[in-house]
Design a binder for this molecule. Structure first.
Ligand SMILES: [Fe+2]
Length: 203
């Protein structure tokens, strides 16, 4: 006799409570990413090194729930991304592709103001999509995704993804996103990385 799928899920995986003032999902541990962990992510290297010399703050934390793995199963995580800037660039997550490239994901904004950089791996097509409370962002498969905090308070969100998605950070670490999100007087603007780097050399 096969066991009911329902009974294979632990009770504390069936219901998980969270607070918008904490980065923990239930009693799960959080993974912290500090400024030192984000070397290579920000375009302005001089500003990054100066900020790091002044301190090594937590930039974001993620807590994950993984009730079951296998075909059709879902995992999800709560992310809390602090406000801040390095040069003109907003605090950001490392960003990733899914190891299983076709895997899509849903991000649900819970608190704060931010945006997601969505970049097609093959073509480089890019979209900057707001990630705010009362909104959901669809991340298609084959799309690199990164979160930025464009506001003044922590950005809190949930990400829900297939259990077999996997996280490929190394592809982004090797070549980075082709675009950066820069703070301007009129708000966040998406700029080509190479153009931004050229403007930094001139200034
Ligand atoms: Fe993802």
């Amino acid at each position: 006799m096969t066991m009911s799928p329902l009974l294979t899920i632990a009770p504390d995986d069936l219901l998980v409570r969270y607070s918008l003032d904490s980065s923990r999902l239930g009693q799960r541990p959080t993974v912290q990413r500090r400024l030192a962990d984000l070397r290579g992510s920000f375009a302005d290297v001089a500003e990054y090194e100066a900020a790091l010399a002044a301190g090594n703050p937590v930039v974001y934390e993620v807590s994950s729930v993984e009730p079951a793995s296998g075909d059709g199963q879902l995992h999800y995580g709560l992310g809390v991304l602090q406000p801040g800037r390095i040069g003109g660039e907003y605090y950001l997550t490392k960003g990733h592709l899914h190891s299983h490239r076709p895997a899509a994901e849903i991000y649900i904004g819970l608190k704060g103001e931010g945006a997601m950089v969505l970049e097609d791996e093959a073509t480089g097509e890019v979209r900057l999509v707001p990630l705010v409370a009362h909104s959901a962002v669809y991340v298609p498969g084959h799309t690199a995704h990164r979160t930025v905090n464009t506001g003044a308070v922590p950005l809190v969100y949930l990400g829900i993804y297939p259990s077999n998605a996997g996280h490929d950070y190394s592809t982004i670490a090797a070549r980075n996103f082709r675009h950066v999100v820069i703070a301007t007087a009129s708000g966040p603007v998406l700029v080509e990385r190479q153009a931004h780097l050229a403007s930094l050399l001139k200034s």
